[in-house]
Design a protein around this ligand. Structure first.
Ligand SMILES: C[S@@+](CC[C@H](N)C(=O)[O-])C[C@H]1O[C@@H](n2cnc3c(N)ncnc32)[C@H](O)[C@@H]1O
Length: 231
């Protein structure tokens, strides 16, 4: 009896459990699916080694880490740029050989050259209406990288947009990433491609990133991955 009551006391409370629930538990294995998709794309280029630039890589550079896990032998380096603090960068970089974190402010002056630049769910966080900022970032990346892989959201109608806003708020609340409700649709994506003089090499939009039972969020056409090169 005594043993049982102790066992009960050690069980985490509902709130403790809730605190440990991750985006993956609630929505689905988006990071695994996305990194597998990126590796599938990398394979198509059949290179002996890959140098990757991940811009807006996120607080924990999770996708970069998963890409490295899946494609380790072929990847020489993944340089990640985001709003990282000096202390965090130092600690992370001392523990990781192939993934290196950098401050986003250092991106412009970075002299390294890469095969692929990644912008994974970043552009809609910058604000797609800020075309100057977005186009400057695209041009900075192409100065350093031959190809650019963009993963972002895509909406067709008002309901899609509402779903994307909810998904973004839900997915990023823990990491403190701001939700800015501007997303790509067919029209502004076409303009973005034209303004930045891009050539689409691959366009992938039939991927589910979330659990099947999350019927609306799981719509395949709410997301796209595009591989671009400069015209
Ligand atoms: C939704 S997270 C995506 C993280 C990661 N790329 C991934 O796919 O898991 C969006 C990221 O974009 C970053 N971000 C926002 N504005 C940015 C900017 N102007 N330049 C670079 N990164 C930016 C945020 O700090 C955040 O880490």
């Amino acid at each position: 009896m005594k043993k049982d009551s102790k066992k009960w006391q050690n069980r985490p409370s509902f709130l403790q459990k809730l605190g440990k629930v991750s985006r993956d538990d609630l929505l689905g294995p988006r990071d695994d699916i996305l990194s597998a998709q990126i590796c599938k794309i990398l394979k198509k280029f059949n290179k002996s080694n890959y140098k990757i630039l991940d811009v807006g890589s996120g607080p924990h550079a999770i996708v970069a880490r998963k890409i490295l896990k899946l494609y380790d032998k072929k990847v020489t380096i993944i340089d990640c740029f985001d709003f990282y603090e000096k202390k965090y960068i130092k600690e992370f970089n001392s523990k990781n050989k192939k993934i290196k974190l950098h401050k986003i402010d250092d991106l412009k002056n970075c002299k390294n050259k890469y095969d692929f630049g990644l912008l994974l769910d970043v552009l809609h966080h910058i604000d797609l209406k800020n075309e100057i900022k977005i186009n400057n970032l695209i041009s900075t990346i192409f100065k350093k990288s031959k190809y650019l892989i963009i993963k972002d959201h895509l909406y067709e109608n008002f309901l899609d947009k509402i779903l994307l806003i909810m998904m973004d708020m839900f997915g990023n609340i823990k990491d403190g990433v701001k939700t800015i409700p501007t997303y790509f649709n067919k029209k502004n994506l076409k303009k973005f491609i034209k303004d930045n003089q891009l050539q689409t090499i691959y366009f992938i939009s039939n991927v589910s990133y979330y659990f099947r039972h999350i019927i609306f969020f799981n719509k395949k056409n709410l997301h796209f991955i595009s591989v671009f090169k400069k015209k």
